[in-house]
Design a protein around this ligand. Structure first.
Ligand code: SF4
Length: 534
């Protein structure tokens, strides 16, 4: 068991380590970004200085992604780049965190000797021990660390100096998860260099977090892990069984974020539609959304990602009912051909999905739908691909991502025969993107002349003549861009504020708008009183 710092130890610690500078590289998805924010928050709370300038940092942290081969390569490249700063620059310590650690824990340190410590996704608070920084005792008393003495040490290795903390309220998993574990779903037995134990950690509202997102927008991770059996996916092996945060904890975090000036909250998790099932909640996400929609000052609330068979009537009613819940649904379908979905171990098919889409559009008129597909899954025939294209043409998604199948060792699909040649996979990916481009172009054109609330994000990275923003139909950093080229009667616009805008031009995925005036989305009465958008 780790000793909690004593008062006497503090002066020595602060003298020796006067605000060590820590540089962070965060790769991968928003879920990984939240992990980075938690680690930065812990380091900041413990007295470290977080810097955006890696060249001047004494401690470097690379929070890695290991979802597919391309992501792994990107992670390794980033580690090697930071290792160079250690051998040739001023950095003294290099720490690797995240999904790559869950998979290649021993191998990372063996093959990249510059790496001093590793921190898995289930041991985020271990970042302090890895960095050699201790939490001051005064802070320990008021933080999640005050329950350390009752916690169980989860892993061995350099990051195990601090035990993992079971978050308050996280007492059980879903029966489905336990059943899948018995069937071997989460096994890492075939992974060389990976620790056997699954991550269990999940932060809560008392955990310090240093946000890296733009000021008006923030993510909240409401759940971690996944119990689904998708045969192409290794995320459950990397992130563990599904577990949710307590509803009150999420609400407390949302209230605190809004208190700090956040206007848009995006709830994330591998599958947010399972939220609360581990507490025995039915339609838990709908209950959570209902509660969060009442947080005073929250203008936009959305969630990523939905599992197709969990888009319930209650969930749709909830989205429709609250003005400040974005009319936006990201439901990754992965494929539409029955035989491929069956081998993917997901089930469903074009007909079922079209019914779900119709139900969704009926319940929430005007809702923007996003999905993603994998092309070139083992055994995918020309006919399967055609069925997918037919489905895409009929469903007419607002946003669509297409991924080329990546053969991941340790996934069930890795052992499947009838692998599709890489050249064919690429052809199919391009063909599907081309089809969607035509659909998107038409959807964008239909928006010309219409008015939307736009959250301004800042000057465009392409040119200072344009500003960028998003409507409620654009999730952060994922969908097309809204360019502002005309401020109307206003002198200018301010990042983090909402403006009523009219669409003047449409491109394949992007819109160009002109500002009509400032707006207050989610507050119809205030909007009317301000005479905006009438
Ligand atoms: S739902 Fe399927 S694809 Fe998504 S994280 Fe879970 S196992 Fe992976």
């Amino acid at each position: 068991m780790t000793d909690v710092l004593t008062e006497e130890a503090l002066p020595e610690v602060s003298e020796q380590r006067a605000r060590p500078r820590v540089g962070f590289v965060s790769l991968g998805c928003p879920k990984n970004l939240v992990d980075s924010e938690v680690m930065m928050g812990l380091l900041d709370r413990a007295g470290a200085e977080i810097t955006a300038d890696a060249g001047s940092a004494e401690i470097l942290v690379v929070n890695t992604c290991s979802f597919i081969d391309k992501a792994k390569q990107e992670s390794v490249d980033a580690i090697l780049e930071m290792a160079k700063l250690k051998t040739e620059g001023s950095a003294k310590k290099l720490i690797v965190a995240g999904c790559l650690v869950e998979r290649y824990r021993d191998e990372i340190q063996k093959n990249i000797p510059e790496v001093d410590a590793v921190v898995g996704t289930g041991e985020l608070e271990g970042i302090l021990a890895a960095a050699g920084i201790q939490m001051p005792a005064a802070v320990v008393t008021n933080s999640p660390f005050n329950i350390l003495s009752g916690a169980v040490r989860e892993t061995a290795g350099p990051s195990a100096a601090l035990p993992s903390v079971a978050p308050v309220g996280m007492t059980s998993f879903r029966a489905e998860g336990d059943r899948r574990e018995e069937q071997g779903r989460f096994s890492r037995a075939t992974w060389d260099g990976a620790g056997a134990q699954l991550p269990q950690y999940l932060y809560d509202h008392t955990t310090p977090r240093l946000r890296a997102t733009r000021s008006a927008s923030a993510y909240i991770k409401i759940a971690e892990g996944c119990d689904h059996p998708c045969s192409f996916c290794v995320i459950p092996n990397l992130r563990g069984k599904f577990r949710s945060r307590r509803l009150e904890s999420v609400v407390s975090e949302a209230e605190a974020l809004v208190g700090e000036g956040v206007r848009e909250i995006t709830l994330i998790g591998q599958d947010t539609t399972c939220y609360g099932e581990d507490f025995g909640l039915k339609d838990g996400l709908a209950a959570l959304l209902d509660r969060l929609a009442q947080v005073e000052g929250l203008a936009w609330l959305r969630f990523l990602y939905a599992y197709p068979n969990r888009v319930t009537g209650r969930l749709l009613e909830t989205i429709a009912k609250h003005e400040n819940i974005c009319k936006y649904l990201d439901v990754p379908l992965q494929h539409a051909a029955g035989p491929v979905l069956k081998t993917m171990k997901r089930g469903g098919g074009a007909e079922i999905f079209l019914k779900m889409i119709e139900k969704t559009r009926r319940a929430v008129p005007g809702i923007a739908l996003r999905t993603s597909f994998i092309v070139g899954f083992p055994g995918e025939t020309d006919a399967d691909f055609e069925a997918l294209c037919d489905f895409v043409a009929e469903a007419r998604f607002d946003w669509l991502g297409v991924f080329a199948y990546s053969d991941e060792e340790g996934s069930k699909a890795f052992d499947l025969e009838k692998k599709v040649p890489k050249r064919v996979i690429e052809q199919r990916r391009r063909a599907l993107m081309k089809l969607q481009k035509g659909i998107s172009r038409q959807t964008m054109r239909e928006r010309v002349g219409r008015e939307f609330d736009v959250l301004v994000e800042g000057e465009s990275e392409e040119t200072p003549l344009l500003w960028e923003g998003r409507t409620q139909f654009h999730a952060p950093e994922i969908d097309g861009t809204v360019y502002i080229n005309d401020f109307g009667s206003l002198e200018g616009v301010t990042p983090g504020r909402f403006y009523r805008c009219e669409v003047t031009e449409a491109h394949d995925y992007d819109l160009v708008v002109r500002v009509l005036g400032e707006s207050l989305p989610g507050k119809a009465e205030e909007l009317a009183a301000a005479g905006v958008g009438q």
